[in-house]
Design a protein around this ligand. Structure first.
Ligand code: TRP
Length: 476
């Protein structure tokens, strides 16, 4: 039998959970990653696929993940173990939890390096480095910075220490307050930035770029990236939300909570896009320039707008906070597992997990320099492009481990857990809402994820060929 409450504690209210889970979801994924992958994958069609994935895959899987967490009330590893046994299945389901712990390590290792960029830009913004800079000047500022591994390592270390401190004290203290004030502040600042961008001459074109889909240029690699990002941005597929769900009081509504989190997360990403692409267009920058995108576009705007030093500092401060509240949730599953299974104190567990992650992060630190020794002449989606360790870790985790973890969570919630158990835990009665969740979780979400992954290797080509005449008929 799972315990009635988690040994690691419980959220004080439903709102505390919403704030913490939103803090986990809203982070670099929304403000740094979403704009640059949108730019790399051609805009509108990519955004549309991403929105579909949030609705059809992300939301039902988030409900499932919270539900499993609340029912199991332990670390993801032990939650999966206990729930599998409870429903008469093989305890090997715990390996799903273990894969999650591993994915969390790998993601945090590079996430922390990028969060370090935000910290560096906080210091740059506050010392007025952007004022009056040309686009070329700002680009040089960025490339000089990422060419300097010592500097990157320093910020990576500082950010990891910040993350240790919160996790070691337990995620419930402190986090609530941070999220309650800082998330709304970030939102206000983003709206100010969108306001600024509206007055550049790129706004109309940017709206068209983001919302007018052109499917002719969308490959399966891009579809996979959009789907992987739906998992990444909602923090799904590795047990982070499951662990947060394990601290959720029994009387909170899982479906309402999920909609709130998903809406906030998607809203922030779209606002970030609306703030950034007008600047890209107005300044003739390259939309597909990769991970440096926001570190080049936004400083340009801060360098030109009134009170730019103030707004710039505030923006990078809030971005660092958003990254911080996300990083915490990447470490939490590993820490709860070490505490429960290896008999460690919370502090020792945090140190063990944190130092391992920090060490893996060094690989990312050394993957941005020109002529860096760690480069691979390929990536998983078949494009011939030079990739550093960072790209490989990103593709491996966001595009493979999270979707695979996510389908397994859906399969568990939809097929292994009994109908009574999920209906009780979700508390939606037998109405249409519950039925929709069940169909999405049992069939639609796993099928969509499988289709995308199989087609990436061209395995569905014969089947698509069969349908080609029909598709042709419609496209005429
Ligand atoms: N969702 C966060 C972001 O968008 C990153 C993150 C936090 C995450 N916890 C996670 C991603 C768990 C995947 C799994 O920045």
């Amino acid at each position: 039998m799972p315990p009635k409450t988690s040994v690691h504690g419980t959220w004080s209210t439903r709102w505390a959970f919403i704030l913490a889970a939103t803090g986990s979801a809203v982070g670099l994924g929304n403000i740094w990653k979403f704009p640059y992958i949108t730019g790399e994958n051609g805009g509108g069609a990519f955004v549309l696929v991403y929105l579909f994935c949030i609705a059809l895959i992300g939301i039902p899987i988030m409900m499932s993940e919270i539900m499993l967490g609340r029912r199991g009330r332990q670390s993801p590893v032990n939650t999966m173990h206990t729930l599998a046994i409870e429903s008469g299945h093989h305890p090997a389901w715990k390996y799903l939890g273990i894969m999650g712990v591993l994915a969390g390590f790998l993601i945090l290792s590079y996430y922390s390096v990028i969060a370090g960029w935000a910290l560096e830009y906080l210091t740059k913004a506050s010392s007025g480095d952007f004022a009056g800079q040309t686009p070329d000047g700002i680009k040089t500022l960025f490339s000089n910075f990422i060419d300097d591994p010592k500097h990157l390592l320093l910020w990576h270390t500082i950010f990891m220490v910040m993350t240790f401190i919160v996790v070691a004290r337990g995620v419930r203290g402190g986090l609530e307050v941070a999220v309650k004030f800082l998330m709304p502040a970030l939102l206000v600042l983003l709206i100010i930035l969108v306001g600024y961008s509206m007055n550049t001459n790129g706004f109309g074109e940017a709206v068209e770029y983001l919302f007018k889909p052109d499917f002719s240029s969308l490959g399966w690699g891009s579809v996979l990236t959009a789907m992987g990002h739906a998992f990444f941005t909602l923090s799904l597929g590795m047990g982070a939300i499951m662990v947060y769900g394990s601290y959720l009081p029994k009387d909170a509504s899982i479906s309402k909570t999920t909609f709130t989190i998903a809406a906030a997360d998607t809203g922030v990403a779209l606002l970030a896009g609306l703030a950034i692409f007008p600047l890209v267009i107005a300044n003739n920058l390259e939309a597909g320039s990769g991970p440096g995108l926001i570190f080049v576009t936004l400083p340009l705007a801060f360098g030109q707008m009134p009170y730019g030093t103030l707004f710039g500092s505030l923006f990078f401060l809030l971005l660092s906070f958003a990254a911080w509240t996300s990083a915490i949730s990447l470490l939490e599953p590993a820490v709860t597992w070490l505490v429960e299974n290896k008999n460690m104190k919370r502090v020792t567990a945090t140190m063990t997990a944190g130092i391992t992650t920090w060490a893996v992060g060094i690989l990312t630190v050394f993957s941005f320099q020109d002529g860096s020794p760690i480069k691979f002449p390929f990536n998983f989606v078949g494009e011939k492009k030079e990739n550093g360790i960072f790209d490989l870790l990103d593709i491996l985790t966001a595009n493979i481990m999270l979707p695979v973890g996510g389908i397994l969570i859906a399969v568990f919630a939809g097929w292994i857990m009994s109908r009574e158990a999920s209906r009780d835990e979700l508390e939606m009665g037998e109405g249409n809402a519950y039925k929709t969740w069940r169909v999405l979780t049992r069939f639609i979400a796993p099928a969509l994820v499988c289709i995308v992954i199989l087609q990436l290797f061209g395995l569905l080509d014969p089947i698509f060929a069969l349908f080609a005449p029909i598709i042709d008929l419609f496209s005429k």
